[in-house]
Design a protein around this ligand. Structure first.
Ligand SMILES: Cc1cc2nc3c(=O)[nH]c(=O)nc-3n(C[C@H](O)[C@H](O)[C@H](O)COP(=O)(O)OP(=O)(O)OC[C@H]3O[C@@H](n4cnc5c(N)ncnc54)[C@H](O)[C@@H]3O)c2cc1C
Length: 338
């Protein structure tokens, strides 16, 4: 049986960010990905500029938006900044680039390789059994590594979107409770299409209802969905720790995504990098991840408060939009970066 210093389950942004840093620092790393290629994933592809720009070359970015259009039941506002606030990137583009980065750094990556069983020092996969010293669960919201650690997952969000062809100019956020309850609807433009979708958090996650509301809302916005298929996925925001001796969780597997917005790419990148650095340097200070955890918990409190009842939800949304409008809180309050 082949042994590795670190085995990473999942080649999403969390797993590949972790693999690259470990390989660069001479660790023998094996990444196991059940899909035939790294990258494709149901996702709106919106990522905060500050989280992206330090990590990904600019030519991979499709859209960069210094203005954010926000609407609630009673208000609308445009948040403007001198530099982009949120950017869009296609997940397959990000994934392919990160795959190459990790592989060029020396990580071994097996695709079409599903992990079935985990023991304290081995993983059994569709391509054989491998021994590990450290195991990283970077395997998303349905993580087998998380299940092996016996962590339950009660806080789950749902995202549903359509990729609508056409030229969309504005990045929009719609906090309208009759369509989206305590979630929101979005329009995230790319070069020749937009991700148009809805995110909702527990307890308002009836996917059938969410889809039907999304369709009602797009009809109102005069966005044509004829012939398009919706794509959906779950987002785990139930953070219960990430470091369990020689096993670590990153990204959605750890529940690092925002319960408020569903933002999970940046948390996956930061937690993947931190897991790697804390293996390389055991007393690594993890400060970026600690800040992210604080933000994640703030978002959790807000989304759980707004979920108490419809009145509280509408009031929370309106106060939030008002606070953004008059500059009482910055847009970054909604983001997982600082
Ligand atoms: C509709 C929708 C829209 C979203 N929009 C945004 C957005 O605009 N911005 C944003 O920041 N976030 C968004 N998210 C959330 C974001 O996609 C995730 O938070 C992010 O992908 C998490 O990254 P990750 O690396 O932790 O996990 P993932 O990207 O889920 O990667 C996990 C990988 O592990 C693999 N895997 C799983 N189990 C196994 C196994 N047993 N064996 C081998 N491999 C396995 C999977 O195939 C996958 O490739 C959205 C999510 C949805 C559903």
């Amino acid at each position: 049986m082949k042994s590795f210093s670190v085995i990473i389950v999942g080649a999403g942004p969390g797993g590949l960010a972790c693999a690259k840093i470990l390989a660069e620092n001479s660790h023998d790393v094996l990444v196991l990905e059940r899909k035939p290629e790294a990258g494709p994933k149901v996702c709106g592809g919106g990522i905060t500029w500050d989280g992206l720009i330090r990590r990904v070359p600019q030519h991979l970015i499709e859209g960069a938006f210094p203005s954010q259009y926000i609407r609630s039941n009673l208000q609308q506002t445009v948040i403007k900044a001198a530099k982009p606030i949120v950017a869009t990137i296609r997940r397959e583009v990000l994934g392919h680039w990160m795959y190459e980065q990790a592989r060029n750094a020396g990580a071994e990556i097996k695709t079409s390789c599903q992990v079935y069983t985990i023991t304290p020092d081995t993983v059994l996969t569709s391509q054989g059994k491998f021994r590990y010293r450290y195991l990283i669960g970077a395997d998303g919201s349905g993580s087998i590594v998380r299940r092996y650690l016996k962590l339950s997952t009660e806080r789950i969000g749902v995202g549903i979107h359509f990729q609508v062809p056409g030229n969309f100019e504005k990045m929009e956020w719609h906090l309208n409770d009759s369509f989206f309850q305590n979630g929101y609807g979005w329009i995230f433009p790319f070069k020749d299409m937009a991700s148009v979708g809805v995110y909702g958090a527990k307890p308002y996650i009836n996917p059938k209802q969410m889809l039907s509301n999304l369709k009602r809302w797009t009809a109102k916005q005069k966005i044509q969905l004829t012939g398009l298929k919706p794509k959906a996925g779950v987002i785990n925001y139930d953070f219960r720790g990430w470091r369990f001796n020689n096993i670590m969780l990153t990204g959605d597997a750890a529940g690092f995504a925002s319960g408020l917005t569903g933002e999970g790419i940046y948390p996956a990148l930061v937690s993947g990098e931190t897991a790697a650095r804390s293996i390389i340097t055991p007393d690594y200070n993890c400060s970026e991840l600690q800040r992210l955890i604080k933000k994640q918990q703030k978002h959790l409190r807000l989304v759980e408060f707004s979920a108490k009842n419809r009145f509280i939800n509408i009031a929370t949304m309106e106060i939030l939009v008002l606070a953004l409008r008059i500059g009482l809180v910055p847009f970054s309050m909604l983001e997982m970066t600082d």
